[in-house]
Design a protein. Structure first.
Length: 387
């Protein structure tokens, strides 16, 4: 096992005389035995990054290191990287057991030892009953687990998993996530997996790299991505339901500061004051008069029906219920506040009819402030971003 470092890695494809950037100046440091998730929508550069690490794609610029070794010019077979392919890439003439054992036998592992490892990983992934069958005769989900088994069974410096469970039914996927994470930890593997599923990324990864249009947007723990999003993209991409975001403006009147939420035409829809006791020098400097911002709050952090006095929340007393969905363990409320739409989540069954009025509290420590021009965060609660 080894660490993995990407330094200014760029990938540009050439098609019909045009340069098509897929990955742009990517910098990542992956520690030995760390589990990293590459998360993003289709076409964001996740799989291109994985294939560059494996050596199946040449890099246009930059350096990739496994441990202290620069591997840019090495052939895939000499990088000591195991990969589970999204397209499975199984060998049709070989039995499933032989597909899984292929790298072990090629590496001169005694057959008895290889058979033992194959049986163990097959039981882990619940494919022990198909070991004597051939790839064309099993389902897509089974083929995906065979590809995953073939990668995990290898003794490699880095394990790369491309959408490793995308074809599995939800219940089996949930079971295997826990098993695979335990296996990776127990065997001290350094691993990078690609996914578009936030739940999978949070369940498996120590840290998550979120990409968009070939650019790394943020690299951090699941808690960091949720609680301290670096920019508006992360705020809107991470979380279900996603963060409520409003165009807004800071209004300073004497010693008081108000946040004025605006509609698309720039007209104020509602406003609230920040409590004086929350003021600090960095807050006063950041929230200057007239500053245009994007204000964010996660639906789960709103206070439904609260008056906002004891916990520092600011009550929004003129919210009107647009929708009310009870999901069995929580309520999702759609609320119109002066023309701005907010989603609120409560962990109880809220009895609120459509078009009725409801109070919504906004805890100050749950507010996120982004610059309207750069879309970068500058305050989380009343704390400076990045501090």
């Amino acid at each position: 096992m080894a660490s993995l470092t990407l330094e200014n890695v760029t990938k540009v494809y050439r098609a019909k005389g045009q340069d098509l950037p897929a990955v742009k100046q990517l910098n990542m440091k992956i520690r030995d035995e760390e589990i990293i998730g590459l998360l993003g929508s289709s076409g964001c550069g996740k799989t291109s990054t994985l294939r560059m690490i494996a050596g199946f794609e040449d890099i246009t610029e930059g350096t990739i290191r496994i441990g202290e070794r620069a591997v840019n010019e090495l052939r895939p077979a000499t990088r000591n990287v195991a990969m589970a392919f999204e397209g499975y890439a199984l060998y049709p003439p070989l039995k499933i057991s032989d597909n899984i054992a292929f790298s072990l036998l090629r590496g001169r592992v005694p057959k008895a030892d290889a058979d033992k490892k194959v049986r163990m990983i097959a039981e882990l992934l619940e494919i022990e009953d198909i070991l004597e069958r051939f790839p064309p005769n099993i389902s897509g989900g089974q083929q995906q687990r065979v590809s995953l088994a073939r990668a995990l069974v290898r003794d490699a410096d880095v394990h790369l998993l491309d959408e490793p469970m995308s074809q599995l039914e939800p219940q089996l996927r949930a079971v295997l996530r826990a098993r695979i994470k335990d296996y990776i930890i127990q065997n001290h593997l350094t691993s990078v997996f690609v996914t578009h599923d936030q739940t999978e990324a949070v369940a498996l990864a120590d840290r998550i790299a979120v990409m968009s249009e070939g650019v790394l947007q943020q690299y951090g723990t699941p808690a960091e991505l949720k609680e301290t999003p670096r920019n508006v993209f992360i705020a809107s991409f991470i979380g279900e339901p996603p963060m409520n975001l409003f165009d807004a403006e800071v209004v300073v009147e004497g010693a008081s500061r108000r946040v004025q939420v605006l509609d698309h035409g720039g007209t104020a829809t509602f406003a609230f004051s920040l409590p004086d006791e929350q003021e600090a020098p960095h807050t006063r400097e950041a929230l200057y008069n007239g500053r245009r911002i994007v204000l964010g709050i996660r639906p789960h952090r709103t206070s439904v029906g609260g008056t906002g006095s004891d916990d520092g929340a600011v009550a929004m007393t003129k919210g009107r219920v647009v929708s009310n969905q009870w999901l069995g363990d929580q309520t999702h409320l759609g609320v119109n506040i002066g023309g701005s739409f907010l989603i609120a989540v409560a962990d109880r069954n809220v009895q609120a009819e459509e078009d009725s009025e409801i109070a919504i509290g906004l805890p100050v420590d749950a507010l996120h402030f982004f610059d309207a021009n750069t879309e970068l965060a500058f305050l989380h609660g009343m704390r400076l971003a990045g501090v």
